[in-house]
Write a protein that binds this ligand. Sequence first.
Ligand code: TRP
Length: 346
Amino acid sequence: MSDRRVLTGMRTTGPLHLGHYVGALKLWLEAQKDSDLECFFLLADLQALTTHADRPDLIRNSVREVVLDWIAVGLEYWKPNIHFVLQSQVPARALLSQLLSNVARWSEVQRNPTIQSELAHQGSPSAGFMIYTVDQAADIFMVSPVPKKGNRLLVPVGADQLPHLNDARDWARRFNRTYSEVFVPCEGQVGLVGRLVGTDGSSKMSKSLGNAIMLSDSPDVVTQKVMSMYTDPNRARKTDPGNPDTNPVFEYLRAFHPNQNQVMHWANMYRAGVLGGESIGDVQLKKELAATLNILLEPIRQRRKEAQELALGDIVEAGTIRTNEIAEEVTSRAMEAMHLGFPVNL
Ligand code: TRP
């Protein structure tokens, strides 16, 4: 029997939004369907600390919010192959992180686009933030199967995480070459829809930018957020030609509407202004979008409400215990490969 595992995660800095859903969660829902895959979904509270060290209360509360959102979208926590894992409660992971930090080159870490843009925008990130991509490699490899034919380590993520995964794979290969074969190099998986723009159309959807539609938003809030979305500023009347390609309302319709032929027809009308005597206005498109999103979100809201009653702590504890078993074994193999075993023959 081969060991095929999935590890992926989210930082626990708040409840989740539609960007998390299209970018990552849809892939996770696909992955969990294969009962031969053992899936580890990581609640990255330590990684949250790299940007929110002054908000321990927020991180703690967000662990609950994220678990509720995961169950709400349909992650099947009750299945034996599905584990929710609290990152800070896996001590072996931290040791593995330190080992890997000596395999990763500082120049590689600095080259990462997320690190670069944070340095440019934020000025003085924490030291923990600067090495979080190395730490994330430890998240992944702590559940590495033994390297043999058929064993796989899959990482379904949003597109912005791909550079991290390429680095992680390089570090695993370098470790294997330098010491001995301990890790299965990870394989990233990304979905069709990459990152989702915010409702303001300016950048990626993010709760802190105030341009996010949360999975837990009520129908009224969703409608109100959609109706005030940014569209095409150069279109005064619905008979004016507009640009559907740079209009976030269309981006969302392309990501979520069940009838893509219909969306294409609207886009053609929008571009032309008048097409076959017909026109479509922003208000109508927004109403269509609000309805689409509320149909998508209704069962999610319902499951979220039911999940409030569950013993969430027990669910996370069970997944974390299983992860510790594997992480301890993998980390001792890595220690041994680096000749860091307990020195019985001193
Ligand atoms: N960096 C990821 C994010 O911001 C979260 C994450 C933490 C992760 N550990 C991981 C993703 C391991 C994939 C694998 O969304």
